[in-house]
Design a protein around this ligand. Structure first.
Ligand SMILES: [Fe+2]
Length: 293
């Protein structure tokens, strides 16, 4: 059974517990999520001017399009205002901001039948935990413009507790940071970087797709199997996502069960405390690595 909670008043502790069991949470837009959406829209519309961002793919040739994204995405990710607004969102949705750590919010784009590599890569079916995310990682996702069922994300809940054959054994986060990530802007038409992926056919249907208005936010465990569905909507989807961990979960080893992740390394060193952007204590990160190794 997978439960989808809408606008649940549940505490953050209880919410994390349910997320670790595979349940999903959806929240209506809040003043804080709308502020982040507005911030992303301003930046995106300026970058693609005079085109409306969801339609800009029909007006620009490949390299020009990628050049816009190559500038836009890091500017959004690294902007102090983005971090501030993520903190406000978490506070507004009941997270303990003294114990909650987030990684910088990503601005993602998924073009419709146009370019599929590097900065416009369509993420295949995966769990974030195949990419060295900790099992207590929680993902937060929201659309920036209206979305439809053919340009969102799909969840495959039966596989939350069911292992799949996948290539996560070949992935090491520390190696990726050193070599893979920097190469994204050089990949325009074809993706050559090695990413964890399924090594078997699975039952892709039925899946679950949650459609919210812009600024509505979907919360799910990093161990949840999910897919960016092939975008056939004719419009580029822009979305924002970020991840969180709670310090106590890291310390106590709370989190979703590991059914099939075999990667090494951890992204825990990237997380920043909401209150002061401090990183997790190094000894906590290294003891976590030792535990899951
Ligand atoms: Fe993901």
């Amino acid at each position: 059974m997978t439960v989808v909670y809408f606008d649940s008043p549940m505490s953050d502790d209880e919410r994390r517990e349910r997320l670790f069991c595979g349940d999903l949470f959806v929240y209506s837009p809040t003043p804080q999520t709308l502020a982040l959406v507005e911030f992303a829209r301003q930046m995106t519309e300026e970058a693609f001017t005079p085109h409306f961002p969801p339609d800009a793919q029909h007006h620009l040739e490949g390299q020009a399009y990628v050049d816009v994204l190559a500038k836009l995405k890091p500017t959004f990710i690294n902007h102090p205002r983005s971090k501030e607004l993520v903190g406000a969102i978490l506070d507004g949705l009941g997270a303990d901001i003294g114990l909650t750590y987030f990684d910088v919010p990503r601005l993602r784009s998924m073009t419709s039948e146009y370019l599929n590599a590097g900065l416009t890569l369509q993420f295949e079916t995966h769990r974030d935990t195949w990419f060295s995310a900790p099992f207590c990682q929680i993902n937060w996702w929201m659309p920036v413009y209206d979305v439809v069922e053919s340009n969102v994300m799909a969840f495959h809940p039966p596989y939350f507790s069911q292992p799949t054959r996948n290539s996560s054994r070949d992935y090491d986060y520390f190696e990726w940071v050193a070599h893979g990530r920097a190469a994204a802007a050089t990949q325009v038409q074809v993706e050559t970087r090695k990413q964890p992926e399924l090594e078997e056919e699975i039952a892709m249907q039925p899946d679950i797709r949650l459609i919210t208005p812009p600024g509505g936010i979907i919360v799910f465990s990093g161990a949840q199997l999910h897919t960016t569905v092939p975008n056939t909507s004719g419009r580029t989807r822009f979305s924002i996502d970020f991840r969180t961990v709670h310090k106590d979960d890291v310390a106590k080893g709370n989190g979703a069960a590991n059914v099939d992740s075999q990667c090494t390394g951890t992204n825990l060193g990237d997380f920043l405390r909401v209150t002061d952007l401090a990183r997790l204590p190094e000894e906590l990160v290294s003891s976590y690595v030792a535990k899951v190794a």
